[in-house]
Design a binder for this molecule. Structure first.
Ligand SMILES: NC(=O)c1ccc[n+]([C@@H]2O[C@H](COP(=O)([O-])OP(=O)(O)OC[C@H]3O[C@@H](n4cnc5c(N)ncnc54)[C@H](O)[C@@H]3O)[C@@H](O)[C@H]2O)c1
Ligand SMILES: O=c1ccn([C@@H]2O[C@H](COP(=O)(O)OP(=O)(O)O[C@H]3O[C@H](CO)[C@@H](O)[C@H](O)[C@H]3O)[C@@H](O)[C@H]2O)c(=O)[nH]1
Length: 446
């Protein structure tokens, strides 16, 4: 199939490369000339494990190319996939400006009989809006398809090549079948729905996962008060097949370009039809609060006075294996620390450049290595569970710090890692691992 993918961000680029890997002829389009020249020169503008090699392989095979000429790419396409951003507006609603602009540009070159698929996460009704926008500019017959994407950053290639399911929303059975055929080599779990159900299903999935995370974070907060261990609680819950073990990792809350944006957008979608999505509003609020768990722990340890302290931060991306810092919990945590007069020393294996552009340099020393960041620190906060941190030698770490205080925001370390160290250690929802701080587990009376 001849495919044009509009937008070479985390979704469009991975999808385009993977469609080429399946043997299709793919041209990936972006309006950002830096991204396109990087790609044309064999580079990859984002950090995603395995992507550079897969791109090179498919470019060499003559199946994959990159361009900033949208209309030339669309003119040859049987399938045009829109994968541009839908960032949040201040109200929380999805900003459809990039979608609309792409639709209007596509219309100028769309060949008769093509399929236009929206892969971006969009509010219910957007595929119809895109269809009508294109129709207003061309007489060429075409079909609209909603093709929501479920990949995760950091494991994007595997998620694309081995998806749990592919959802195709369409008004045209014939178009849906053609798009289904494209995905048949990946999975037999292909679901064809109407346009609106496909659109809502994407938001509902993210809302459910975000809810699971906020639930386990609240359980973790209760664990801290009653002397239970959230990792044991989550493990036991996860054995129940109705619950499942995934997305029950307590920590400092979810970040990233999707859960925070999509939960707020769904609240707005509901609001537009006068439905107050109370549950999801609480999920968002719990998540916002959870980031400050780390700060509260630091305040407890330092008796409320953080000014003048030096705090090392390990991990700036919103999750490991990505350089994406959009809505990373580290942004708010570090902003608070800097605002109250803490000297911050920060390190991330790949995300520092993106983080610096989002955060600025005020109050932060950017470090090239984990131990360099910890050197002379009064406390260390681990905010992203990069493998490099999980493998750290805690005795060596202790030897470079001014005070052995470790706040593990992702529950990375185990009891055996801490053995033989003098760390004052706090994690999330595992009070029995707290070391060095004598906290009384209350006698429970009801
Ligand atoms: N990031 C994820 O893990 C993920 C997963 C599933 C779904 N989604 C959804 O997919 C969409 C894209 O997300 P992303 O993270 O890839 O975004 P992104 O911001 O990384 O990339 C979007 C790209 O589109 C380009 N673009 C915008 N308008 C264009 C136009 N008219 N012509 C050509 N290029 C244009 C931008 O320059 C940018 O490179 C969003 O709706 C998002 O919610 C994202
Ligand atoms: O048990 C867990 C699982 C995740 N997280 C956090 O949740 C956020 C999101 O993680 P993850 O879902 O792995 O990454 P994303 O790349 O944001 O992927 C989500 O958002 C995408 C965009 O919509 C969807 O396509 C994916 O299916 C969905 O998992 C990160 O901050 C994680 O640290 C937790 O705190 N606990």
């Amino acid at each position: 199939m001849n495919i044009a993918v509009i937008g070479t961000g985390y979704v469009g680029l991975v999808s385009g490369i993977c469609y080429a890997e399946l043997g299709n002829t793919v041209i990936c389009v972006d309006k950002d000339p830096f991204k396109i020249s990087t790609l044309q020169n064999g580079g990859i503008p984002i950090y995603e494990p395995g992507l550079e090699e897969l791109s090179a392989k498919n470019v060499a095979a003559g199946r994959l190319s990159y361009t900033s000429d949208l209309q030339a790419a669309v003119r040859e396409a049987e399938l045009v996939i829109i994968a541009v951003g839908t960032p949040p507006l201040p109200s929380g609603e999805a900003d459809l400006a990039y979608i609309d602009a792409a639709a209007l540009e596509i219309a100028e070159a769309l060949p008769a009989g093509a399929i236009v698929a929206v892969k971006s996460t969009v509010p219910v009704g957007t595929n119809e809006r895109v269809r009508d926008l294109i129709r207003s500019r061309t007489d060429a017959p075409f079909s609209s398809v909603s093709l929501p994407e479920f990949l995760r950053e950091g494991s994007a290639i595997r998620d694309t090549m081995e998806p749990d399911r592919v959802v195709i929303g369409s008004e045209s059975r014939e178009a849906a079948e053609k798009v289904a055929e494209l995905h048949r080599p990946l999975t037999d779990k292909i679901m064809i729905t109407d346009l609106r159900s496909a659109e809502l299903l994407k938001y509902a999935s993210n809302a459910f996962l975000a809810t699971k995370i906020s639930l386990i974070n609240e359980i973790a907060n209760i664990c801290e008060k009653v002397g239970a261990d959230v990792t044991q609680v989550a493990e036991g819950m996860g054995f129940d097949r109705r619950i499942g073990p995934a997305f029950l990792q307590a920590g400092i809350g979810y970040g990233g370009s999707c859960f925070p944006k999509d939960t707020r957008a769904l609240i707005q979608i509901a609001g537009h039809v006068e439905y107050d999505f109370k549950l999801l509003r609480s999920v968002v609020e719990v998540n916002r609060e959870q980031r400050f768990n780390v700060i509260r722990k630091l305040e407890t340890i330092f008796g409320g006075e953080l000014r003048g302290k030096t705090v090392a931060v390990w991990g700036l991306s919103f999750k490991p294996n990505t350089d994406d810092v959009r809505e990373s919990p580290a942004l708010e945590i570090m902003r608070h620390l800097v605002d109250v007069g803490v000297h911050v020393r920060a390190y991330d294996p790949v995300a520092t450049p993106n983080f610096r552009s989002a955060f600025g340099d005020k109050g932060v020393v950017w470090c090239e290595g984990a131990l360099e960041a910890a050197a002379g620190a009064d406390a260390l906060c681990l905010l992203t569970e990069w493998e490099e941190f999980a493998g750290a030698d805690l005795r060596q770490l202790q030897s470079v710090m001014s005070r052995p205080i470790l706040i593990d925001g992702r529950n990375v370390f185990r009891e055996e890692d801490l053995a033989g160290t003098a760390f004052i250690y706090y994690s999330i929802g595992r009070p029995s691992l707290n070391q060095g701080v004598r906290e009384k587990i209350p006698i429970l009376q009801y």
